[in-house]
Write a protein that binds this ligand. Structure first.
Ligand SMILES: [Zn+2]
Ligand SMILES: [Zn+2]
Length: 161
């Protein structure tokens, strides 16, 4: 083989231009606070990507709204989402959500036991590491990356467990 591509740096200039719907002022709801703690208890308090605990990562773990970002909740056609949710497209927890009593999107969006993903600060918002800073195909590679791989200037792949 002569056409092997060696490790190379890829620089992407990602310009994003989408319309975020008008929304009520953001506030941290009691539902969010309560279910964030439940999510930490359920998932063992570890980052989805690197398995680090809050102590290991050096910051409190952050609950990312997933799959529905809070700022987009008001443009979502919830009947379409509910259809997929009940079909199991988004996993068991979302399928088991109380869809029969679903009347307002905040019931789902701020419930971190269904719409929450625990991330360390770096894998949430960090440059060249974070969910909010990288395209998904690049971001998710970190979860399954080989231990010790130099992923970016900021990060050598390390799985806490
Ligand atoms: Zn992490
Ligand atoms: Zn987030």
């Amino acid at each position: 083989m002569t056409d092997v591509t060696k490790i190379h740096e890829e620089k992407e200039t990602l310009t994003v231009d989408v319309n975020i719907p008008g929304h009520e002022p953001r506030k941290t709801t009691s539902l969010f606070e309560r279910t964030r703690k439940e999510l930490i208890a359920r998932d063992g308090g570890r980052c989805f990507i690197c398995n680090a605990t809050a102590e290991e990562s050096g910051h409190p773990l952050e609950a990312h709204h997933h799959p529905i970002e809070r700022s987009f909740a008001e443009m979502i056609d919830w009947e379409r989402f509910k259809f997929d949710a009940q079909a199991g497209v988004w996993g068991e927890a979302i399928k088991a959500f109380d869809w029969d009593h679903f009347t307002d999107w905040t019931q789902f969006v701020d419930d971190m036991t269904v719409n929450g993903m625990l991330l360390c600060k770096a894998h949430h918002i960090g440059k060249d590491e974070g969910m909010h800073a990288l395209p998904f195909p690049i971001w998710i590679a970190q979860k399954y990356g080989k231990e010790g791989y130099q992923f970016s200037a900021a990060e050598v792949i390390h799985h806490a467990v």
